[in-house]
Design a protein around this ligand. Structure first.
Ligand code: FMN
Length: 494
């Protein structure tokens, strides 16, 4: 017996390029290429028995209004393909017009070509699908896994600010997920070097992430006023550490345009961005070079705007997430929808495939997010806690401690709203929204305090990034975490 991946790919290509395309366009020439002239079709449609010869079927396709011309949804999916020697079966789902067809197609390789020799079909009411095992078989095969060429729809969330590592990214990508690398603080040369390092370890896809808006500075006068407020608020904490309040940090030049140039040079398989939109021409250029583009949204309106500029995938970031809130339309404080509400609201309004980010750390979370309409999940906090991440050992200790039961959204540490473990400062400064320096000057302003607090082990003055899901974390190793996510998801949906 010979089970051959190359043959599986050949059948997949034939289905996509001849069968699906032929039906979609009503192109009978394409269908004639894939159907054996003596093939027969059996099944039932809406309970009525169905029988046609291949010739009758193809003629019917040619004379009806094609899905392409009708403008109605056409969603074809390959559920599975099995090949043994020269015979094969494919299980397909085709949603078109008002039908939801399931097909078992039998292939025979004749004179070097895979031909359909038999097709059985039935249509299933949409509401029935969710109560059958069908959805479960498909959990790791969908538009996102196909587009990205990954085995599992599990993204490791990219971490900015030096917390990403090549080891973490490659570990996840090598295991069939999508490793992520947050590069917004890196110079173009550093981004280039990281890319080379990742490529020297694996040629699997990974996601390079930047912030399209990397500073909030309005003008010098505003900044100086904010500095005065910040000094007033934070001085007692500097005093408690016996260190001087730092001077006003020097002004900040955005790095994004230069960083973007590297993305055009290195052409990563996946590029994600947060904190805003990109010019549609840039998206087009990225797509033309073969890069898949992912944007981050915290509200339905942001998701619609991302779809309108042409991103391939949207990550919907719920307010449970660790790290910064990537809001860009309204204030982050007013964009705090939870992941499971957000994914459903966005799904209702956009067609672009969705990634659910925030509050997911095990197979149950993956299964729930996918049931609600996500086609992948992005997991941050659980990967941040593993030994492969760039977080400090004390940070990881905190993620596994009782302290992680409480997290807060605060601007106190960087000037932008982000979620981390609740400490004294976040408790006291929860309402200090307009009392910090603009991002990223607040990060610079707080750097000496953070350093001294860590040295003096006054951890109540340190902000440890964390999502709300931290208390359920179990795994301290990224590879074990990734394997367990897949195993649990397989158990629930496989
Ligand atoms: C410390 C930290 C830094 C992050 N930095 C970025 C970033 O630079 N870019 C980005 O798109 N997402 C960033 N994220 C968000 C994650 O990629 C991911 O979407 C999020 O953590 C998912 O929620 P979870 O923490 O509940 O798993 C960051 C998250 C954390 C915890």
């Amino acid at each position: 017996m010979k089970i051959d991946k190359t043959e599986e790919t050949a059948i997949k290509n034939a289905i996509e390029q001849l069968y699906f395309k032929g039906i979609y366009e009503g192109n009978i020439e394409l269908l004639r290429k894939i159907f054996h002239k003596d093939a027969l079709l059996f099944g039932d449609i809406k309970g009525v028995p169905y029988y046609k010869t291949a010739a009758q079927y193809i003629e019917g396709v040619g004379s009806r209004v094609s899905p392409e011309k009708s403008g109605k949804d056409f969603k074809p999916t390959i559920i599975s393909i099995d090949v043994i020697n020269t015979i094969a079966t494919a299980k397909l789902n085709v949603k078109m017009y008002d039908f939801n067809y399931y097909n078992f197609i039998t292939f025979h390789k004749i004179d070097g070509k895979w031909l359909i020799v038999n097709k059985t079909l039935t249509d299933v009411e949409l509401k029935q699908i969710f109560s059958t095992k069908i959805i479960k078989i498909m959990w790791n095969k969908n538009r996102i896994t196909d587009l990205l060429g990954i085995e599992y729809p599990v993204f490791q969330g990219p971490f900015g600010g030096g917390l990403s590592t090549v080891e973490l990214t490659t570990t996840v990508s090598k295991l069939g997920g999508l490793g992520g690398y947050g590069a917004y603080t890196l110079s173009p040369q550093e981004i280039y070097d990281v890319h080379q390092q990742i490529k020297s370890i694996t040629d699997k896809p990974y996601n390079l992430n930047l912030w399209v808006n990397d500073h909030d500075i309005i003008d010098q006068e505003h900044t100086e006023n904010q500095y005065k407020k910040a000094v007033e608020i934070f001085k007692p904490y500097y005093d408690s550490l016996s260190i001087e309040v730092p001077p006003l940090p020097p002004s900040f030049e955005s790095r994004f345009q230069n960083q973007l140039q590297v993305i055009f040079d290195i052409k990563p398989k996946v590029f994600s961005f947060m904190f805003g939109l990109l010019d549609p021409n840039i998206i087009e250029r990225l797509k033309n070079q073969g890069t898949i583009v992912v944007g981050n949204a915290t509200t339905v309106d942001e998701a619609i705007a991302l779809e309108n500029i042409g991103v391939d995938v949207i990550a919907a970031s719920g307010f449970e997430s660790g790290g910064h809130r990537p809001s860009f339309f309204d204030k982050a404080e007013l964009s705090t929808t939870g992941t499971f509400a957000l994914i459903q609201l966005v799904k209702d309004k956009v067609k672009t495939p969705l990634v659910a980010a925030g509050g997911i750390a095990n197979g149950r979370g993956i299964s729930a997010a996918m049931t609600l309409g996500a086609e992948a999940v992005q997991i941050g906090t659980a990967f941040l806690a593993t030994e492969e991440s760039g977080a400090l050992p004390i940070h990881k200790e905190f993620l596994f401690s009782e302290a992680a039961k409480f997290t807060t959204l605060s601007r106190a540490y960087t000037g932008r709203l982000g979620r981390g473990i609740t400490t004294e400062i976040t408790r006291k400064l929860l309402t200090a929204t307009d009392q910090t320096l603009p991002f990223p000057l607040q990060t610079t302003f707080m750097a000496s305090m953070r350093k001294a607090a860590l040295e003096q082990k006054k951890h109540e003055l340190v902000f440890f990034w964390s999502g709300q899901i931290a208390p359920i974390l179990k795994h301290k190793n990224a590879s074990t975490l990734m394997k367990s996510l897949i195993e649990e998801a397989n158990e629930l949906m496989g």
